[in-house]
Design a protein around this ligand. Structure first.
Ligand code: NJP
Length: 229
């Protein structure tokens, strides 16, 4: 049977672009996010239940992440690649940020990603599979006043910590660290004239997963050519 590629944050942007490319490359995909309608539309576009399974999942809820993996194994019988990609950036910094939004952001970007690792690793180990995370350039370089940046530093650290946990089990770990990508992440349009596209990041994901099994691409950092920091 064809290998299975699970993606959180699959309802738009980088996650949706990756799902399209993964199906094109011969994977069956599991699409996870909170927006049922958008997941259903994408699953239909990708060929329906033979190729794409839409699962409603809030990544901040452990039971929902467990159910996501359980449903994946029930329906498709295996899990080969998991992409912990769901996340968002609360606007404004330490001077005027909204604590309620901060709570959601920390839970989504940090705790949610950790739960995805926790839920998927047992099945990935069985397949000697591949784990990917979406960090950020902001997870390598602190951005002024940005708690978002701090959440992505946590993702960077998590990727290296889990890699060391997993390297003996044959599971590969890749961190994607993008600069500005034109997606709904930016409410009012990306802040650069020539941002990356969601497919630029999906290309990098597919590069990492299609290397030979002895090659573990640990991090891919990509900026739009004109992005200074
Ligand atoms: O943004 P967007 P991106 N549970 O808004 C989902 C990082 N990044 O593709 O739940 C489950 O199109 C949400 O789905 P829904 C960024 O930090 C971006 O740009 O239906 N899912 C949607 O599918 C993030 O980690 C840029 O609302 C949840 C998806 O997440 C990743 O790239 C730069 C959720 C967000 O898709 C993908 O973002 C960079 C939850 N609780 C890093 N909350 C950039 N765009 O410039 C949200 O360095 N989602």
């Amino acid at each position: 049977s064809d290998p299975v590629f699970l993606i959180t944050g699959a309802s738009s942007g980088i996650g949706a672009a990756t799902a399209r490319q993964a199906v094109h490359a011969g994977y069956r995909v599991v699409l996870a996010a909170r927006s049922r309608d958008r997941l259903d539309a994408l699953a239909a576009e990708l060929g329906g239940s033979e190729r794409a399974l839409a699962v409603t999942c809030d990544v901040t809820e452990w039971e929902q992440q467990q159910a996501l993996v359980a449903q994946t194994l029930d329906v498709y019988g295996r899990l080969d690649v998991a992409f912990a990609n769901a996340g968002f950036g609360a606007p404004r910094g330490f001077l005027e940020g909204d604590p309620a939004q901060w709570r959601e952001m920390v839970l989504t970007n940090v705790y949610g990603a950790a739960l995805t690792l926790r839920a998927t690793i047992p099945a990935l180990r069985e397949r000697r599979g591949h784990l990917l995370l979406t960090g950020s350039v902001a997870g390598r370089k602190a951005m002024p006043g940005s708690l978002y940046s701090a959440t992505k530093w946590a993702v960077t650290a998590m990727s290296e910590a889990v890699r060391q946990d997993l390297n003996e089990s044959g599971v590969r770990v890749t961190l994607l660290s993008p600069g500005a990508v034109e997606t709904p992440f930016w409410d009012n349009g990306a802040p650069l004239p020539h941002p990356l596209t969601d497919d630029d990041i999906a290309d990098a994901v597919m590069y990492a997963v299609t290397r030979p099994k002895h090659v573990d691409v640990n991090e891919i950092l990509i900026r739009p050519t004109e992005q200074p920091v």
